[in-house]
Design a protein. Sequence first.
Length: 137
Amino acid sequence: MASLQPPIDNPFQTLRELRTGLLRLHKALLESERITYEQQHGRIQSQGQFFQLVIGDDWFSWLRAFSQFIVKIDEATSAKEPITVDEANQLIEKAQSLLHADESGDEHEQRYYQAIQRDPDIAFMHAETLSIVKSKS
């Protein structure tokens, strides 16, 4: 007999979906920033050089918040002691501020806004990922 009850809201499933969306978005942002960086500074010669720039150059510093947040989700979901529903919900809420783009905001918000404006794929991924967060709110 099929249940007529609505599905239980599962923040752990939302976190998995959010992580997947953030990974896709982060990859697209890295590539977009690489292209913009190369337009101003010349070609990046290797993946190793690109990696060093991503972890050490100020140009890419605003993207580290995405990297760190993805790691935070990974740590929370793979910990020996499972996270609580409240902790999962707090991570989902924090994602909303990470995904905030603002032309006149702080550096992260401004750079994110610029990336969304220059690349329709990023705008689409942003909207998709934000919809995961907002479906939980």
